[in-house]
Write a protein that binds this ligand. Structure first.
Ligand SMILES: [Zn+2]
Length: 248
């Protein structure tokens, strides 16, 4: 969906129940930056198709908002087409980890006959592991052609979390730093990470975005933005006080 002059979201890409995962892209006059590559090759092809159609003459770049496979499973699709993928320098996933992800995915198939036939292979058909080839270690600005965007470190959910802000359109892509409708996933790190996460939320609040594409859930606009920020902040605060995540 088109969110603004330059910003688009590709929402509801398949993942595992009850989750769907989002991606998006920002179109400058010369370059289109894709944010997140989906969980599998089919998602990557969908994102690639929309991004190419929106501005066919643009060069494409991609960026991962974090290390989890629901956001980077499509990296191989983009790298195979010579498209550079930015991501936090700590994203160095291994083939063993990718195989474990597929096997965990398979284990969640409820029908035993489908599980024993390894039908997760259908979901991951054509997907291959590729780590980002453009490591990010600090905040920076990127020029997309009459459109300068900000790439910001927003750790917390994982230490590798990154957000992208397009000031011209007031649109922020923040991956799983925020989730809309879903409980945020606090189970990927310890309490110290949750405290860091609160600081990242402060950073986001200071930007005062008008539109937020979260890692999961509907795009937030207008009054929903501060409401969603406050809801995730409260869950983090309560979890820090209780010493446990809401989903542990
Ligand atoms: Zn996610």
């Amino acid at each position: 969906m088109r969110l603004s002059n330059r910003c688009f979201a590709v929402t509801g890409l398949g993942y595992r129940a009850p989750w769907s995962v989002n991606a998006g892209f920002i179109t400058g006059d010369e370059t289109t930056l894709i944010i997140d590559t989906g969980a599998n090759a089919a998602a990557a092809a969908t994102i690639h198709g929309y991004a190419t159609t929106a501005r066919p003459s643009n060069r494409l770049l991609a960026l991962d908002t974090e290390r989890h496979f629901d956001h980077i499973g499509g990296n191989g699709y983009f790298r195979a087409r010579g498209i550079d993928v930015y991501g936090h320098a700590s994203i160095q996933r291994t083939e063993d980890e990718f195989r474990a992800e597929i096997s965990e995915f398979n284990g969640e198939i409820s029908n035993p006959a489908r599980r024993s036939r390894q039908e997760s292979q259908v979901f991951y058909h054509g997907a291959s592991l590729a780590n980002p080839n453009r490591p990010i270690t600090e905040d920076f600005r990127m020029e997309l052609g009459n459109c300068e965007i900000e790439v910001l470190l927003t750790p917390g959910h994982t230490p590798s979390n990154i957000s992208v802000y397009a000031p011209s359109d007031g649109a922020l892509y923040c991956g799983d730093c925020l989730t809309n409708g879903y409980l945020p996933n606090l189970d990927a790190g310890p309490i110290d990470d949750w405290r860091v996460w609160l600081k990242s939320l402060e950073r986001i609040a200071e930007l005062a975005p008008r539109i937020i594409v979260t890692g999961h859930g509907p795009v937030a606009t207008g009054d929903e933005v501060p409401r969603m920020l406050e809801r995730v902040r409260e869950i983090l605060q309560q979890s820090i006080e209780a010493g446990r995540s809401p989903t542990s």
